[in-house]
Design a binder for this molecule. Structure first.
Ligand code: FMN
Length: 424
């Protein structure tokens, strides 16, 4: 049995003399792929789970491996540049289940680094649109992460020096958090100014406005709320960084309030069925610290965010506590946390893991066993943007590729018959 995911490409324009019909959003000739890039050509119940389609909200993914969001520190004036087009274009033309752009900050001076993308104005959203249009011309699903750097905002790019903080564009007074708890005691990152409730309400609105721009101006297929890695929303979750005594601190219910209000605001600003993902640090990785956020907290949080309309919980870990335990870099270093979250939500919500999921066969087995629904992979995509195509070969699955990659799908036997028949 062959089941193809229907091509959702926009109708080609008519009356154009180009050999290829023009694809919406592109002002140059571009051949339409024969099938959804990265989807299995033959889909049967024997097809490895990694290459079985997955529905996330109203979006159908061709396979179950996605490009994890990765800051590229190459924004100009916090706007996308040619670099982003080239980088994300290489990824979105090579068949991952989805491509997620790096975190885009929802307000000025809140980026993870001073040279990261922002989405607090319409010009920034317009500059992202060509990246989306190119991904769609390649039949790919593309989204972005929206976030607020909180007490870890406005740093220098990590390749300069990890946790350095001295760029002339950074403004110390704008570094905010739940409480005056710096990421690293005596470290280089500034001590954050605790947010007022009024400022929290403004940031909630900024998350909603950024999501709206992502959908209505840029045309993204999904958004992910960045609630992980000790940035603003994640730092509210953990009593290690949140020492507040108002309705946003103290009890578990109070510490998750900000995140839930952001989820509600994002949901209210995107169409019904539009996929909204949430990345969390499933644990602060510091269980000997009584204030740390733990896997048990994430297990408690997961059904709550699922009920609030999160389609997929993307479970990462750590980076909120400079004294956290350092897990060994073995395969799937955060898997047990994601597995516990999946167990807690069951079919209510999809769950992914990320972090050293760098083995095609092992990742496929996790998907087959239902331990996780989806795998995010980060750094290997920086080496090989065609990672999913390589993994398809490794798992012996034939997938659609873009037309230009003809050595992988040209019908040689037919061509040779034709050439013979023409007696050339
Ligand atoms: C260069 C780089 C930039 C990153 N930027 C982000 C980011 O913007 N948002 C985020 O949630 N994680 C970010 N991460 C973490 C990755 O998404 C991913 O979780 C991490 O690299 C672990 O996956 P891996 O072992 O497959 O690389 C970044 C990682 C790298 C290497």
């Amino acid at each position: 049995m062959t089941v193809r995911i229907p091509l959702e490409l926009p109708a080609a324009s008519t009356g154009h003399s180009a050999p290829y019909p023009l694809v919406k959003g592109l002002d140059y000739e571009y051949p339409i792929p024969e099938g959804v890039v990265g989807s299995a050509k033959e889909l049967t119940d024997k097809t490895p789970k990694m290459f079985q389609p997955l529905k996330v909200g109203n979006m159908v993914l061709p396979n179950r491996v996605g490009v994890s969001p990765m800051c590229q520190y190459t924004a100009s004036n916090n706007e996308a540049t040619e670099y982003h087009k080239v980088h994300y274009g290489a990824l979105s033309s090579r068949g991952p289940g989805l491509v997620m752009l790096e975190v885009n900050s929802v307000a000025p001076h809140t980026g993870v680094s001073v040279v990261d993308l922002g989405l607090w104005n319409d010009v920034q959203a317009v500059k992202l649109k060509p990246i989306v249009d190119f991904a769609h011309a390649n039949t790919s699903k593309i989204g972005l992460q929206i976030g607020h750097g909180g007490r870890k905002a406005q740093g220098n790019p990590p390749f300069e020096y990890l946790e350095n903080w001295n760029d002339p564009r950074a403004i110390k007074e704008e570094v905010v958090g739940p409480s005056a708890v710096p990421f690293r005691p005596k470290g280089r990152l500034p001590t954050p100014t605790p947010l007022t409730v009024e400022e929290i309400n403004t940031i909630i609105k900024q998350f909603g406005a950024a999501a709206k721009r992502a959908v209505e101006i840029s045309g993204f297929d999904f958004v992910e709320i960045h609630g992980a890695h000790g940035y603003l929303l994640g730092s509210f979750l953990s009593a290690h960084s949140n020492k507040r005594t108002d309705k946003y601190g103290g009890s578990f219910e109070n510490r998750i309030r900000f995140l839930l209000e952001v989820i509600d605001e994002v949901r209210a600003n995107v169409p019904k069925g539009f996929p909204v993902l949430l990345r969390i640090s499933g644990s602060d990785l510091h269980d000997s610290n009584p204030d740390a956020w733990t896997t048990a907290d994430s297990v408690k949080l997961a059904p709550i965010v699922a009920d609030r309309g999160i389609d997929l919980i993307d479970v990462s870990a750590g980076a909120n506590d400079s004294d956290a335990d350092r897990p060994k870099d073995k395969f799937g270093k955060f898997l047990p946390i994601a597995a516990a979250v999946k167990k807690a939500v069951g079919d209510k919500c999809l769950v992914s893991s990320v972090g050293t999921l760098h083995d095609a066969k092992k990742v496929n087995q996790l998907l087959e066993d239902g331990v996780i629904d989806f795998a995010f992979v980060g750094s290997p995509f920086l080496i090989n943007p065609g990672l999913v195509l390589s993994w398809a070969q490794e798992l012996d699955v034939s997938v659609y590729q873009i037309a230009s990659h003809w050595p992988f799908h040209a019908k040689y036997a037919e061509m040779i018959e034709y050439i013979k028949s023409t007696k050339l």
